[in-house]
Write a protein that binds this ligand. Structure first.
Ligand code: NAD
Length: 474
């Protein structure tokens, strides 16, 4: 049990001024659509705002605006485009507190994460790609790399503003224009970002935001006048998009799901590893594509490690996302909560041993206690399928070779973690892991200069770093 209780430390929500409804952002203006839908706060199910539901004709308008803007935007010297991106980065920094509160309201993530992780990384992405805009010919992509045209970008709900930054910053730096569709449960930060574009005097049509659900995303990626499709989301939808884009000449990048192995060897510093395991699976309620959702622990240290992990999990505070002491916030939607609940149920039914620390969950909203399953085998569904929630499956291994074999025994390949005191072991094991990112003695570290992306069913293409430019240049 915790040694002492924390007093409530709520961040004020008054810094965010929400309108009752929001239109689509097309050609520099907010415009209406025929349909609407509501976005709610997953922590209390309160309606936050009504948002326009883009129909095919609205997507047409947005793509046409992006096409018109492309000619002059792509003709600007890179140094001029960079000025806009630097301006956007600075405005986001100035408005960081407002955006952090907004993101926690619409998504349910703890304010300490939106404030200390999401927003700083969002600004860093815009700063980083602003720096590239006038140096594209030095990116190793030929003497005169050219933008592709209009980018249709579809993003998920787990890091709404950060995924927007990953998509929009490199697209604009390379001279493309964009139509972006945020996820239906978290549209607000993208709409506030539209306001940042206006504040930065970004020319109309360079960034367009269309809100809606899967159908709106489908119209966008299938639109014949889109030249580049960038998608982050589930493997299932990624597969559909790959099929629809095949043979059209559109360039495609897919950032999909994951089931990362976090491998702890017997010589790892246990307390440090426990922090990494907690960060790996409970950060952002486990709604992280690269979450360390499979813990592979060397058999000889399994008992003390699990004991330490349970002790640490007992100190995690679950509750109000706007409280600065909260570690685990709300699950983003009822649908996601149902999926987590179902898969956790399957874990128990299949014979794994379930454990959660005692914790009181709020009555309203969508919540799931941090959970671990021990005695998990590779055949269990909770070892194979992405749960995308605060649920850890624990497996053991005896030798490094067995660890590598188990880690790679997944259709995914987005990330992995290795905990060991020996540098040579880390390098040898990392070399054999089929994962886009391998963290050593740390986990969930992101940096705009570093490429991110998957192997196998985790997708293809890289975002971030110099590699991230390639996806937007011909
Ligand atoms: P999802 O695939 O259902 O939705 C993602 C986005 O795609 C949403 O905006 C949705 O409206 C849209 N969409 C749905 N159907 C579509 C269609 N047919 N055509 C075009 N767009 C469509 O996924 P989700 O539940 O929102 O997100 C969770 C998944 O995303 C997880 O599997 C997670 O691993 C993955 N993810 C991956 C990364 C990464 O970088 N690899 C990052 C975050 C999330």
């Amino acid at each position: 049990m915790p040694l002492f209780d924390y007093a409530p430390a709520p961040e004020s929500r008054s810094i965010v001024s929400l309108a009752p409804s929001y239109g689509l952002f097309i050609d520099g203006e907010f415009t209406e659509a025929k349909g609407t839908f509501k976005t709610i706060n997953p922590a209390d199910e309160e309606v936050l705002a009504e948002v326009a539901l883009a129909a095919p004709e609205d997507v047409d308008r947005a793509v046409a605006a992006a096409r018109r803007a492309f000619e002059s935007w792509s003709a600007l010297p890179g140094s001029e485009r960079a000025k806009y991106l630097f301006r956007i980065a600075r405005i986001l920094q100035e408005r960081a507190r407002e955006f952090a509160v907004l993101e926690s309201l619409d998504n349910g993530k703890p304010i300490k994460e939106s404030r200390d992780v999401d927003l700083p990384l969002v600004a860093a992405h815009f700063f980083y790609y602003a720096g590239w805009a006038d140096k594209l010919k030095y990116a190793g992509l030929g003497p005169d790399p050219r933008p592709l045209g209009v980018a249709g970008q579809v993003i998920p709900w787990n890091f709404p503003l950060l995924m927007l930054a990953w998509k929009i910053a490199p697209a604009l730096a390379t001279g493309n224009t964009v139509v972006l569709k945020p996820a239906e449960t978290t549209p607000l930060s993208a709409l506030f970002f539209a306001d940042v574009c206006r504040q930065a005097d970004l020319p109309p049509g360079v960034v367009n935001i269309v809100t809606g659900a899967g159908d709106t995303g489908r119209y966008l990626v299938e639109h014949p006048d889109v030249n580049k499709v960038a998608f982050t989301g589930s493997t299932e939808v990624g597969r559909q998009i790959a099929r629809s884009v095949a043979g059209t000449g559109k360039k495609l990048t897919l950032e999909l799901g994951g089931k990362a192995a976090n491998i702890v060897f017997d010589d790892a510093p246990i307390d440090q590893a426990v922090e990494g395991i907690v960060n790996g699976i409970f950060f952002n309620q486990g709604h992280v594509c690269c979450a360390g959702s499979r813990l592979l622990v060397q058999e000889s240290i399994a008992s003390p490690l699990l004991e330490a992990l349970k002790r640490r999990m007992s100190t995690l505070r679950v509750g109000d996302p706007l409280d600065k002491n909260t570690d685990i916030g709300a699950i983003n939607s009822k649908a996601q909560l149902d999926r987590i609940t179902e898969l956790a149920g399957v874990g128990s039914d299949e014979g794994a041993e379930r454990w959660s620390p005692p914790c009181e969950l709020p009555d309203r909203g969508f919540w799931f206690a941090p959970t671990i399953f021990t005695g998990v085998t590779q055949a269990h569904r909770i070892a194979r399928e992405e749960i995308f929630g605060p649920v850890l499956s624990v497996l053991t291994f005896r030798t490094p070779a067995e660890a590598v074999e188990k880690a790679n025994n997944t259709p995914y390949g987005l990330s992995a973690g290795i905990w060991s005191d020996k540098g040579s072991r880390i390098l040898a094991v990392a070399d054999q892991l089929r994962a886009g990112v391998v963290w050593a003695n740390t986990f969930n570290k992101f940096d705009p200069t570093s490429p991110f992306g998957g192997y196998k069913e985790s997708g293809y293409g890289r975002e971030g770093g110099r590699h991230g430019l390639e996806a937007y240049l011909a």
